[in-house]
Ligand binder design. Structure first.
Ligand code: PLP
Length: 440
């Protein structure tokens, strides 16, 4: 860039409400200290957030940002929710951690809520829960359970060992530990860590005809997101999930639904798979992100067929199921899982979609959504749009395949959605200007 162009870009940036160049000077001190001592595995913008309220975050210079990311689909009830704070405080005065050597009250209550609500609201005959600390760990445990089921049901030790295959899908995301990563077929994530866990194959998503060739007698598990989040908000078809269910039954494999991003009310139903028929139920469902509104927790919910095969000593965790996270999760779950709350998610999600559809741009080719998980499809890489929106006071994230991902708090208001989309429109115009001028 010429010095004249650089100075005019600088001048332009100053005109923006949340320009990076206008950040409070303390921002740079904090970033410098952070970078000196913290391993850099994320590219971060020059902003330091100090607090939040509802769907807003505030930086150290007191600038307000509308948050369409909610900590990547985590803060379902928004930031600094008073009831979450109260439960956190009250439980912390009782007991924070015990280990899994002892029973605690909140974990039992939460497990009962999850099982009973799942059984009452859909077709999945969930029977038991195992608590973890994150989504990755929930998937890791689910894959272990599937391997154990295969071993226990096989005719011989040799046959049990042979039946260790796991099928996952292109554009799927299941986490970064070795098992979860092996199920996440993104070369960017996998390549530096090869070789991965043996037995994992990756099939095309939503391709009904391909299922038979990938899922066979050696398969112990099929893991799939009913709506792919990181992969670009791709909704599974009924025919695809039905086929996975029937093929898993044919070959004796366990069907795992990863609802870590799309579950727990995000689509306007308790679980994303509840948008599909009785023939589309899983054997295992994993959840995490919004369960305790930001306090780390995950869970593996399983049916009897799986539960019967898992015995004392098969799996474990120090922190999983701790009373603090479970007490918060129990309260969060009670608030999300009401017909009124879920209806509002559905209605506001439909409104959000309409608003996104009203953005006219040659760079946008469509919108995909289910409730409050929305993807705006671009014809080019929309990565620069993230900064263009942030410097105008709006936080957004991208997903794979040129998608902008919108996963706000589930209790975001229509007025906040409208305000955010107005900012997004301005950012898209700036993105067009930039993209067109580069292409000239
Ligand atoms: C669908 C899905 N599965 C698994 C994970 C991993 O969860 P965590 O980051 O809590 O380990 C994520 C995280 O983005 C996810 O979106």
């Amino acid at each position: 860039m010429s010095s004249k162009a650089a100075s005019s870009e600088m001048h332009l940036n100053h005109a923006l409400s949340h320009a990076d160049v206008d950040a409070d000077p303390k921002t740079h001190e904090i970033i410098e200290r952070h970078s000196k001592y913290t391993l850099t595995t994320y590219g971060r913008p020059p902003v330091v957030f100090t607090h939040g309220k509802g769907s807003y975050l505030y930086d150290i210079g007191h600038r307000e940002y509308l948050d369409f990311t909610a900590g990547i689909a985590v803060n379902a009830l928004g930031h600094s929710d008073p009831e979450v704070s109260r439960v956190l405080f009250d439980q912390s005065k009782q007991v924070v951690h015990l280990s899994n050597l002892y029973y605690n009250v909140p974990a039992g209550e939460l497990a009962e809520q999850l099982i009973e609500s799942t059984r009452n609201s859909g077709f999945f005959p969930a029977s038991k829960v195992f608590f973890s600390n994150s989504g990755t760990e929930a998937n890791e445990g689910a894959l272990k359970f599937a391997r154990k089921v295969a071993k226990v049901t096989a005719d011989s030790e040799e046959a049990g060992l042979k039946k260790h295959g796991v099928v996952s899908f292109k554009n799927g995301f299941h986490g970064r530990s070795m098992g979860a990563l092996s199920a996440t077929p993104n070369p960017k994530y996998q390549k530096p860590f090869l070789p991965l866990v043996p037995g994992f194959v990756h099939a095309p998503f939503n391709d009904v005809d391909a299922v038979d060739s990938y899922v066979n007698e050696d398969t112990c598990a099929v893991i799939v997101e009913p709506i792919q989040g990181e992969g670009g908000i791709n909704v599974a078809s009924e025919a695809f999930l039905k086929k996975l269910r029937s093929r898993c039954d044919e070959v004796g494999a366990v069907l795992i639904y990863d609802e870590i991003q799309c579950g727990l009310g995000r689509t306007g139903k308790l679980w994303a798979h509840q948008h599909f028929s009785e023939d589309c139920v899983p054997d295992i469902l994993t959840m995490a992100k919004p369960l305790a509104n930001g306090i780390p927790i995950g869970a593996i919910m399983i049916n009897d067929r799986v539960a019967e095969k898992i015995v004392i000593g098969d799996h474990g965790t120090t922190f999983g199921g701790n009373p603090l996270a479970c007490a918060v999760a129990s309260s969060v779950f009670r608030r999300i899982n009401t017909p009124e709350f879920l209806n509002t998610v559905e209605q506001n999600g439909a409104h959000f979609r309409q608003q996104l559809e009203s953005i006219e741009s040659p760079l946008i080719s469509g919108v995909r959504s289910k409730g409050m998980i929305l993807g705006l499809q671009f014809t080019v890489d929309p990565a620069p749009l993230v900064a263009l929106a942030r410097e105008r006071g709006l936080l957004i994230i991208t997903a794979a395949n040129n998608t902008v991902r919108l996963v706000p708090a589930l209790n975001i208001s229509k007025a906040e959605i409208d305000r955010g989309v107005e900012i997004l429109k301005e950012a898209v115009v700036a993105f067009e200007d930039r993209t067109m001028s580069v292409n000239v």
